[in-house]
Design a protein around this ligand. Structure first.
Ligand code: SF4
Length: 166
């Protein structure tokens, strides 16, 4: 709450995100996750807010404005309100892998294509095929399993977030 107060006082928009099981090394558990609902209730109790929605269709955060006009906060319900169906994020790693989901185990080797002197058109076509063919919905599935009481963090080797960026 001190940080929310600081952001309000200095014209910053504070953004919260639920703790996620990205990578393999962050010891995530559902019990340690502070949900979007809890965050919102805590902020609202101290600084009343109202929902203004997402900045655009694929924005991960839902924005809330303070009723007293002192700005906004954003909350990403990455675990409890998954948004895979509107996900438009693709990531390119420093070693040339195109990764279509934050929780992927591997990426598509774009570097090899680049080094093979593929034309821009071939690259565009290949990237389009990769994107159209993706079936990623890790967070949707995780939330369905959590609600059904049977979620266990997957035992597959996810790419670490330090490799992927945010
Ligand atoms: S889990 Fe994967 S598909 Fe779903 S929103 Fe995150 S990055 Fe996108």
């Amino acid at each position: 709450m001190d940080l929310v107060g600081f952001a309000r006082d200095n014209g910053f928009e504070m953004r919260f995100i639920e703790y996620m099981d990205v990578g393999n090394a962050n010891a995530w558990s559902l019990e340690k996750t502070v949900t979007k609902k809890e965050i919102l209730e805590k902020v609202h109790a101290r600084f009343p807010v109202r929902e203004v929605g997402r900045a655009h269709g694929s924005a991960p955060a839902v924005d809330y404005e303070f009723l007293d006009g002192a700005g906004e906060i954003g909350i990403i319900g990455s675990v409890t309100e998954p948004f895979c169906s509107s996900c438009t994020r693709i990531r390119l790693t420093a070693d040339g892998k195109l990764v279509t989901c934050l929780f992927a185990e591997s990426g598509f080797d774009i570097k090899r294509l680049l080094r093979s002197a593929a034309s821009d058109e071939e690259l565009r076509e290949q990237i389009g095929k990769i994107w159209v063919g993706r079936t990623d919905r890790y967070s949707d599935i995780r939330w369905q399993q959590v609600q059904a009481g049977g979620y266990q963090p997957r035992d597959h080797k996810k790419i670490e977030m330090i490799t992927l960026g945010g």
